[in-house]
Structures are given as C-alpha cells and as structure tokens.
Design a binder for this molecule. Sequence first.
Ligand code: AMO
Length: 437
Amino acid sequence: MSRVYPWRRTHYSNEITPEMDGEKVVLAGWVKDIRDLGGIKFLLLRDKEGFIQITIPRDEVSEDIIKLSEDLQRQDCISVRGKVRRMAKAPRGVEVIPESIIVLNRAKQPLPIDITGKTPADIDVRLDVRVLDLARDEPQAIFRIRHTALEAIREFLSKNGFIEVHTPKIIATATEGGASLFPVIYFEREAFLAQSPQLYKEQLVIDFEKVYEISPAFRAEKSHTRRHLAEFVSVDIEMAFAVAEDVMEVAERLLQHVCRVVSEKCKRELEILKHKIIVPEVPFKRITYDEIINELREAGVKINWGEDVPTPAFRILGKLHPYFYFIVDWPTNLKPFYIKPRDDKPEISESFDLMWHWIEIASGGTRIHDKELLIKRMKEQNLNPESFKYHLQAFEFGMPPHAGWGIGLERLIMVLTGIRNIREVVLFPRDRFRLVP
Ligand code: AMO
C-alpha cells in the first residue's frame, strides 16, 4: 500500500472554481506574495498552473495557522489544506480558507530579487539566480509560449510528412565556417560542437526525404548582442526533390500556424507580456538582394553589390518592411558552400533569409546536389574537401535535388513574446560572458 503524504495535492490552482464553494481541497506550491491587512492575511500560492488566493481571517482560522502564517515568506514551499469559498473580490472569484498549512521548505531570506516583479532587477542580477527568476510571471509566460510554439512546430512538420531526427552534436568538421567553432577534447583528438545539423540533414534526405531536427547549435559568437547566443536551438528542415521556393512555402505556412496556435492557446500569457501576435498572411513578401540594395541606396546607405548587409542597414529595412518577409537571390559569395548557385547566373544563389522587421529569423536555400560542383565551391571558400570526405560520399549514393532551412527558435520566440533580449527566452542562456548558472 502506498503511504499517505499529508501534503499531496488534490487540485491545481486553476482547478479551483467558485462552484466548488464549501469543498475541501489540498493545494501545494510556493508563496508568491503575502499581505497583512491587520485582521486578515492574503497569501498568493503559486503552482504550475497559476496562482490562488489563500485567505487567513484571524477570527476564522485556528491559532496554529495564525502563528504559522506570521513566519511565512515569499517562495516558501508549502501545502495548504482548506475549504473553498466563493469570493467575488478575490482573483478568479474564489479563495481558500486554510485548515492546516504544512511548510515543506523555507526559502532563505531575504531573497536576492523581488519575485513579484514590483521592484525590477537588472537582467544579469536575475540570470545569476535564474531558477528563482523563472518563478516570476513573465518567464512563466515566456516558457509556456515557447512550449506551445514547439508543440505547434512539431505538429505541423509531422502532419506535413517530416520525421524528427537527431544528428551528432560532437563533430569532426565545421559546417558554417571555421571562425565560430567551439573546439572540444574528444578522447585523444580535437573535435567541435556542431554549429548546425546542416551536413547530416542533407545526407538524410537520401533515406527519409523529409526530415526535421530541433536541437542545440553552438556558435562561438564574438558579437555580444541582444539576438546572439553561444548556444541556441535550431529548428531545421531538409526536403528531397525540392528547391528554395518549396521550403520557403513550408516556412511561411509553419510560421503562420505557430502564430495562430500561440495567439489562440496562450491568451493569458500574452496578456501578462502585454503582447499581441498578428497572424501573418501568406505568402510573405519576397524581396531580392538587388531590391534591398536599391531601397537602402534611396535611404542614403550605399552597399556595393556582393557586400553583406550590416545591422544598421537591416534596421532601415525593418522600418520599410515591418513584419515577416524574405530576402532572396543573395550573391553566392555571401552564402555557405552548400548553397546552390543559379544555373543561369552563378554569381547569384538560390538562397533566402527570412526576416522579421530587422531580425533574421531563418535562412536556407536550394542545395548543391552535384558532388563536383560542391567540391569546387568548397575550394572557392578555402575549405579542404578531404575533411568532408564522409559528407561527400553521400553524393555518390544517389543524392536527390534538395532544399531546406534553419530557424533560430529563440529569435522566433522573441517575435511571439515581444521580448527584446534573447537571453530572456532561454532558461539558462550561454553567451560570450556567461557560462553559469
Ligand atoms: P544560419 O547560420 O543563418 O543558417 O542559422 C539559422 C538561424 O539560426 C539563428 N541563429 C542564431 N540564433 C541565436 N544566436 C546565434 N548565435 C545564432 N546564429 C544563428 C538565426 C538564423 O537565421 N545551416 C543553415 C540553415 C540552412 O541553410 O538550413 C544555418 O545554420 O535565426
């Protein structure tokens, strides 16, 4: 027979309704806040579903409870046995009057940050005590939105015939250029943390045709900005018998789906974040690299053909195109070796970046599926084909034409939450200066 634990809950906070007036319940969670109005104490109890008001009127509860409640502090872990009472003035019209309270663990006081969020703390102070910080309403809302978005992504891709794969994160060669690689010691050899599942996902189209992966990617980013992490989650797809336009359609339909699902399922969370999601119409605008260069020239910024677009220029573009849009037809020299140059104009590639205002959310394109051309492109980018021999062998095993993209999950979550610093949408962010907690 299983033991009886007196703290075991019967209900989560959101399951307590005014209609339950008079019922006995056991709740468990953490003290979110406690207010003393003389004859009456109001305790907010948080659990994974939200919070509920525990009301302690001096003249209605036992002496023991009054004494115990004197010592309760924010973030103490407690269990409350009590009676539900309909109360129009309480949050959600209901409160619980305690009959007994068990303190399961006390939080050390004073807490390093204000978990009610009334006294805001600097992001670095909060990140240092992230597990406590995550108890606040905003992070709770952000990570529920992140969860819902991931669920929607998986549902969409699975319904559209993609299967989920996981490829190695410890790898022998770079995929997106050597500069941003993290080396690791792999037994007696040097290895690297994967910057992207690029080469593996391409190979896998031979066996599975449509694959997706949602995994961490590692970049030794020197740039310390509000949109760069050293470890981020990359949502990748790769599709056989497809070109850039096909996978752009997948991307825009996916983003529309995710925006729709999150705006429908996460109303409470969006309210907490004071953010509204506009479900985008498809197709998204497609603007060529040549066109953006012209737009920028008209705005007084000169970019020579073949040069990358610097951040300040992207900010101008973000003002001109204030939602999702694609930038297509990038110069081949600006794209990685695996991106296919156009047959008619090899200086232009079959590639795209998917933008939101001025931020790049995804990039992708048609891939080269011809081994000799791939080797030529590697050499042009000063890469040694010898170090890609296992990748190149796949091109001898019936590599089909294929295309794909990678979406930065955290950047998408910034769009969905309206949060401006990428660190806020990662549980334990890693950047150039942060490796703990
Ligand atoms: P790319 O390097 O453009 O393409 O990365 C794809 C997307 O990942 C996100 N991203 C980042 N997010 C946070 N911090 C970073 N340091 C960071 N770097 C990239 C961006 C970006 O658009 N293999 C290709 C994709 C493909 O062609 O399939 C790739 O990795 O949102």
